[in-house]
Design a protein around this ligand. Structure first.
Ligand code: C5P
Length: 221
């Protein structure tokens, strides 16, 4: 059934959470499971692509014949992404990147202090916006938007502000889909149109997303 729509193409995907160290034993992170990014990697492989999967810390096995690059922090994910993106036809940012990191990481374990304590945070680089801003060798760039309200408007805003070619939006106020779930429903937006993908397994939805990307890539040439 799988025609190799992405034969000869390289697809680079970010997946999972990032981990921002506070000290040698503590970090800031989030509940991203990495399942969506890993299932996109499987789908891209099934369509014949060469696949790079840049993953934060997750408990998932590497899909067969996928090149996996393990990272922890957003900065490390950014550096790996920028290196791989310029040799990619498609870049999909599926990772739940921490928006902020601790301004300074303590070399030793931070000691208990008074009743309150303050940690100063600094903004992390926006990985997908950096990829989409490439002036040479810019891949077809696809983002994700997890929203709890006004899904279409926020997703379209991100499509434009981050200069993406496509964005996959899902409503995370519904606990049957999105974070940690096996199933997902989403709407794909691109500058000239949109397509709704109904609730189905992450594997099935990934296959439809990659097929949509493949047809847009073919139309660009
Ligand atoms: O702005 P927001 O975090 O909602 O955008 C989500 C999209 O941007 C996802 O594709 C995510 O992987 C990407 N992103 C990124 N680097 C960041 C923050 C988000 O690549 N620092």
């Amino acid at each position: 059934e799988d025609t190799p729509l992405l034969a000869g193409k390289t697809v680079t995907i970010t997946a999972g959470p990032t981990r921002e160290a506070l000290d040698p034993v503590r970090f800031i992170s989030n509940h991203s499971s990495g399942k969506m990014g890993f299932s996109l990697a499987c789908a891209a492989k099934a369509l014949g692509a060469k696949v790079n999967l840049i993953s934060g810390p997750v408990n998932l096995t590497t899909p067969s014949e996928v090149n996996r690059f393990d990272v922890e922090s957003a900065q490390q994910m950014h550096d790996a992404a920028m290196e791989l993106a310029v040799n990619s036809d498609v870049f999909i940012g599926c990772a739940a990147v921490a928006d902020y990191k601790a301004t300074t990481t303590a070399n030793n374990k931070i000691k208990k202090q008074g009743d309150t304590m303050t940690i100063e945070l600094s903004k992390n680089p926006d990985i997908i916006a950096s990829v989409a801003a490439l002036e040479e060798n810019r891949p077809f760039t696809v983002g994700f938007a997890a929203e709890t309200n006004d899904v279409a408007n926020y997703a379209k805003g991100k499509l434009k502000n981050k200069n993406l070619d496509m964005i996959c939006a899902n409503d995370v106020s519904d606990s049957s889909i999105g974070f940690n779930s096996e199933n997902n429903a989403m709407t794909l937006f691109w500058p000239e149109g949109e397509r709704h993908l109904s609730l189905q397994s992450k594997q099935q939805i990934s296959h439809l997303i990659l097929k949509e990307i493949a047809s847009k890539l073919a139309a660009k040439k």
